[in-house]
Design a protein around this ligand. Structure first.
Ligand code: CTP
Ligand code: MG
Length: 236
């Protein structure tokens, strides 16, 4: 038996360039708390027993004092520095975890994580090794060609917008990431543009990734409009 059954990696090493604020968006205050607080709080109150927080090298101390100690998050066992890309930060988190059976990977910029979403994620892990939360898309999605014309319109009934948490057996996600970094070293041309963790499992393992229900409120705070939405949702 692993020391931990469920662990989480909370990502907060991004620069927030699309938000365009002076400080990275995960530290902006919405409804009295920094955005990053909400994911950590949701895990603190869940069956997850270990959290690794990944942040910028220059923000490790700030997070220790002004987030983890200030709000008394007991489950945050380590704060480590991330890397240039999201996948580099995820891998730092993977390597920093104490032995665990499963890991839930969460964007620190998604403040609407709640007990219901964590519960559905953990329930799904009873039967499968890889799952991600998301929601069916509401808009029609088109694939553009290089000149900005619509080239394809995929069947909307099959399309999901993907959120976090993304959850995996630890062995599966670690070996998948290691295979990806190996390919990047050998043949960077043929390495897909990795934008989420599920993609790493899809490309570098034989395991299928189950899509489970997140919520339409489970937004990622990305641009300034999202701060207003987050405030409305958090006020409830
Ligand atoms: N992230 C990270 N390390 C990176 C890039 C992103 O830990 N090198 C984290 C962000 O802090 C965020 C989550 O991954 O919690 C989702 O990324 P995104 O919304 O793209 O955040 P940023 O990269 O910070 O924003 P932008 O892309 O606008 O610069
Ligand atoms: Mg980014």
């Amino acid at each position: 038996m692993s020391k931990h059954q469920y662990s989480a990696i909370v990502l907060a090493a991004g620069k927030g360039s699309r938000m365009g604020s002076d400080i990275p968006k995960q530290y902006l205050t919405v409804c009295d708390y920094p955005i990053l607080y909400y994911s950590l709080k949701a895990f603190e109150d869940s069956r997850v027993s270990q959290v690794v927080l990944v942040t910028g090298a220059e923000d490790v101390e700030y997070c220790q004092k002004n987030i983890v100690e200030k709000y008394g998050f007991k489950k945050v066992l380590r704060i480590v520095s991330g890397g240039a890309k999201r996948y580099d930060s995820v891998y730092s988190g993977i390597c920093a975890l104490e032995e665990t059976e499963y890991v839930l990977i969460q964007d620190g910029a998604r403040p609407m994580l709640d007990a219901a979403i964590i519960g559905r994620t953990i329930a799904a892990l009873e039967n499968i090794k890889a799952c991600v939360v998301g929601m069916p898309v509401k808009d029609t999605i088109k694939i553009a060609d290089a000149d900005g014309y619509a080239s394809q319109t995929p069947d909307r009934n099959l399309l999901w917008q993907i959120q976090t948490p993304q959850a995996f057996s630890y062995q599966l996600i670690r070996t998948s990431y290691e295979k990806m970094f190996q390919l990047k070293k050998q043949d960077v041309q043929n390495c897909p543009n990795i934008t989420d963790d599920a993609m790493v499992v899809e490309h570098f393992s034989g395991e299928k990734v189950k899509l489970i229900e997140g919520s339409y409120e489970n937004i990622k705070v990305t641009t300034p409009e999202d701060l207003k939405l987050a405030e409305i949702f958090l006020k409830k």
